[in-house]
Ligand binder design. Structure first.
Ligand SMILES: *Cc1c(COP(=O)(O)O)cnc(C)c1O
Length: 404
């Protein structure tokens, strides 16, 4: 059987739709973020990264790097095993305590990524709570969807950010069934923020557990970077808060935080936690310093907000249509996969501006976009240059403008 021919046919279908993914070969330059060296043949050698999830530039923070280097010198490169078999390092426990404190919870549990934490926690809860029903927001991330699927629990999808629809669907379920309401605080692609207080009210009224993905909010919102749940004073009422160490904290890894019993339960039953090598101690050490720094310092958050405001104002001044939301995510809607890629290619080649086109299946077909994430390290001149480039492209390609 010619397997490669089967692979090629499906890849060609992706290309025909404009959804074939091309990765940008870059090299982040420590100390110079958002600048990066480019290895792309057709374009400048240095580019400005405009789509990083290292939202605050913590990946190059001197204290974070120093902590990582010190832990490597101290402990070596890898963890040396799974958490159960020789892989648990002092740095893992320090980091779990730092995370539990961040969210005001009894405990936290580390995973190798945010994806794995969602997948492992939801699949374990859904499978191990007898008769569980998981109520999942319609726009939940793939990692939650896959975890729920793997749990084989009954799944009910409720309308995106709609507490009334959630209430109706909870009412239809048997009162005695354990219910898990799974949702996110900041949705990564539209940048919209959930009505958390209402969702918590509804869940509590039905005795449901709340499972909150704060991946795009930790480090960024709340006085100590505890996310939207901290900002809204709701963290205590959320059963489980899930987060990543790979986005605003600038390192890698994921976690859940909740009661001691909940974390011990997932620790004891989740295959995705048990059967994999623990994070390198140096990664844990660096992530802890990053979290601790952003608990104390609001400077990065304030500067990021100023950068977001400046970019939005610039886009508005030229009628470049972007999704209005209350977060740090600035999606410029293109609504066509081929055009979206073409614009991104021109920005890279002619302007040294790197923004990855966001196409299906990351977003629904017809909602393709350029997703900009201004950081505290994008200066006014860089922001203005991005606006200038987009304005020129809009003229050149006769794209439609928003009417003021
Ligand atoms: C990126 C993302 C994850 C996964 O986190 P990683 O640490 O990158 O694996 C989980 N949930 C949401 C909403 C995300 O956008």
């Amino acid at each position: 059987m010619n397997f490669d021919a089967i692979f090629d046919a499906q890849l060609q279908a992706l290309r025909d739709e404009g959804n074939y993914r091309v990765f940008a070969e870059l090299e982040r330059r420590c100390g110079a973020f958002p600048a990066a060296r480019s290895y792309i043949a057709d374009g400048p050698d240095e580019v400005t990264v405009w789509c990083s999830n290292d939202y605050l530039g913590m990946g190059q923070h001197p204290q974070v790097i120093a902590a990582m280097k010190a832990a490597i010198d101290d402990c070596g490169a890898g963890a040396g095993g799974t958490r159960n078999i020789s892989g648990t390092n002092h740095h893992h426990l320090l980091l779990e305590a730092e995370i539990a404190d961040l969210h005001g919870k009894e405990a936290a549990l580390l995973f190798t990524s945010g994806y794995v934490s969602n997948w492992a926690a939801l699949s374990t809860l859904g499978a191990r709570l007898p008769g569980a029903v998981i109520l999942s927001d319609a726009m939940n991330h793939a990692s939650m969807i896959e975890g729920i699927r793997h749990s084989r629990a009954r799944k009910v999808i409720w309308r995106h950010n709609d507490p009334e629809d959630l209430d109706r669907r909870l009412s239809e379920l048997p009162p005695e069934a354990p219910k898990i309401v799974a949702f996110e605080s900041v949705y990564s692609m539209d940048g919209d923020i959930c009505p958390m207080a209402e969702i918590v009210e509804v869940a509590e009224a039905h005795g449901a557990m709340t499972y909150l993905d704060e991946v795009h909010a930790v480090g960024l919102y709340g006085p100590r970077g505890g996310g939207i749940s901290e900002r809204e004073g709701l963290a205590r009422r959320i059963t489980l808060i899930e987060g990543t160490l790979g986005k605003a904290y600038g390192v890698v890894g994921g976690y859940i935080s909740g009661s001691a019993a909940l974390c011990d339960f997932v620790r004891s039953f989740a295959s995705g936690f048990i059967f994999t090598t623990a994070l390198p101690p140096a990664v844990a050490a660096a992530a802890r310093v990053s979290i601790a720094h952003l608990k104390r310092s609001g400077l990065e958050r304030a500067r990021q907000r100023a950068a977001v405001r400046r970019l939005r104002a610039g886009l508005d001044a030229h009628g470049i249509p972007h999704l209005d939301n209350d977060s740090h995510i600035v999606p410029v809607m293109i609504k066509d996969p081929v055009k979206c890629r073409m614009l991104a290619d021109i920005l890279m080649r002619d302007w040294g501006i790197y923004v990855q086109p966001i196409n299906y299946p990351t977003v629904p077909k017809g909602t393709e976009r350029l997703r900009f994430t201004p950081s505290p390290l994008h200066g006014p001149a860089e922001i203005d240059r991005l606006v200038e480039a987009l304005n020129a492209l809009w003229r050149q390609c006769a794209l439609s403008r928003a009417v003021a």
